[in-house]
Design a protein. Structure first.
Length: 68
């Protein structure tokens, strides 16, 4: 992706703490008004596997939203 003035792009796996740490460092003490997520688990086609994977990502996004 070409750089955009005033935009910080963080590339990584959101499940890793280092990515969350990078996000928090980029924000400093600023709060955000909106979070947009396009996270999706690797789908297996088996509901009993895919649903918990999706819920885990939802929980991560919710935790992030509460922090920022």
């Amino acid at each position: 992706m070409d750089p955009i003035s005033g935009i910080i792009v963080i590339h990584g796996d959101f499940r890793e703490q280092t990515v969350m740490d990078e996000l928090l460092a980029a924000l400093g003490n600023q709060k955000v008004d909106l979070i947009i997520s396009d996270m999706s688990p690797n789908l297996s086609g088996q509901k009993s596997i895919d649903q918990p994977r999706s819920m885990y990502l939802i929980e991560l996004a919710w935790d992030c939203a509460q922090q920022i």
